[in-house]
Design a protein around this ligand. Structure first.
Ligand code: PLP
Length: 387
């Protein structure tokens, strides 16, 4: 079956992103029972393929796919791995660090935050000093903070945490980095990766995507306080995920069946597609450099303080002197290009955000990147001509 998407504006925000037609077609699966022999292996496949995307195939690791969005992964981490009154260290690189901290406090965690300067990353020295000051149950890291476009050195942070506080769990908010940035779950020793379908995975929104380590599951099993949530309790979901992986029917709450078919198609394209995973990350880096070099030529600056700490799946671009959001966002929309405005509250009116994940980065024959650069040039020329 072939399928033509309705004409639409090019969606280049940092998620949701443009979807390949094959993914949307997979989502158009007819009514199917969530415990049918047809569906069980599809769900199981997704659980297994996710581990491959994250280089996290060590036995004992457990993936969770639960109806919800990326945010639900924060609740899962806070509710299942932290007991009320326990200390958590949040490495905060912007808006999403603030929100993760709020979520942890909602479940009774005592949160200490290390806040990076806007556009920067938490320094290694500050991290080590914090780890020496107190025993933390958990450290959270935002891998790409979508409000600043900063890519944090998550692997290096994990190494420092292992050296200085080996018993501390490590959670990585990778909602905006899974499948666009390399994440070495087993090698880095991450305990929880939190993601969602609608960003780098290139699948419609609606699933919380999580991988947990054996150490995280043991932490859950050793809890003294009951898990302070009904829906997101891993004690309820663990038997379900294990059943799907083993090919048995099980029910706690209905999964979004059609979306799971779409996710299987998306994960297969990533893991088993003509490109290797390594090629995929390289394609995102090339797309990112193309966008950033092109914008720099147009006199546009960037929120991240250096290219080496800039995300490869998105760009946070500063409006040039004398240009405002009104000159750019609605004007690009008139050219059928949808970008996102600023999100970090201290600088929101000074920058805009372009997503270049998934097909936009990988399927260069689509011409998305050239279209975006040409559009930005057109609107900036018009804004400057007005002055
Ligand atoms: C998008 C995003 C989230 C929230 O995900 P939702 O699917 O919108 O709930 C969390 N963290 C980061 C880094 C994100 O980019």
């Amino acid at each position: 079956m072939t399928f033509q998407q309705a004409p639409h504006k090019l969606l280049v925000i940092p998620g949701p992103i443009e979807f390949d037609s094959s993914i949307l077609l997979a989502n158009a699966t007819p009514g199917t029972s969530h415990v049918s022999p047809a569906f069980i292996p599809v769900f199981g496949d997704c659980l297994r393929l996710l581990k491959k995307v994250l280089y996290g195939e060590k036995p004992g690791n457990q993936s969770f796919l639960i109806a919800g969005s990326g945010t639900l992964g924060w609740d899962a981490t806070a509710a299942n791995l932290v007991e009320p009154g326990e200390d958590v260290l949040v490495l905060n690189h912007g808006y999403f660090g603030d929100s993760f901290a709020d979520c942890l406090e909602t479940y009774g965690a005592k949160v200490t935050q290390l806040k990076a300067p806007i556009g920067g990353v938490v320094s290694e020295a500050d991290l080590v000093a914090a780890l020496k000051s107190k025993k933390f149950k958990l450290v959270t890291i935002t891998h790409v903070d979508t409000s600043t476009g900063v890519l944090s050195p998550a692997g290096r942070y994990a190494e420092l945490i292992k050296q200085n506080s080996p018993d501390t769990l490590i959670a990585l908010d990778a909602v905006c980095s899974v499948a666009s940035e390399e994440i070495r779950f087993d090698d880095w020793g991450i305990d929880v990766v939190i993601s969602a379908t609608q960003k780098g995975l290139g699948v419609p929104p609606g699933l919380s995507v999580v991988l947990a380590s054996e150490r995280a599951i043991k932490t859950l099993e050793a809890r003294k306080a009951p898990v302070g949530s009904y829906y997101i309790s891993w004690k309820r979901w663990l038997p379900i995920m294990r059943a799907y992986e083993e090919g048995r029917p099980a029910y706690f709450a209905t999964p979004p069946v059609q979306l799971v078919y779409a996710l299987q198609a998306g994960l297969k394209a990533i893991v088993e597609g003509p490109q290797s995973l390594e090629d995929r990350f390289a394609a995102h880096k090339a797309a990112s450099n193309k966008i950033k070099d092109g914008l720099a030529q147009l006199g546009v600056g960037f929120v991240p303080l250096g290219r080496e700490i800039s995300a490869n799946g998105m760009t946070a671009a500063k409006y040039p002197e004398g240009v405002t959001a009104a000159d750019v966002l609605p004007k690009l929309a008139e050219l059928d290009i949808v970008v996102a405005g600023g999100l970090h509250k201290d600088i929101a009116t000074t920058y805009f955000r372009i997503g270049h994940m998934g097909v936009t980065a990988v399927k260069t024959e689509r011409g998305d990147l050239d279209k975006v650069l040409a559009g930005v040039k057109t609107v900036l020329d018009a804004a400057r001509a007005k002055k």
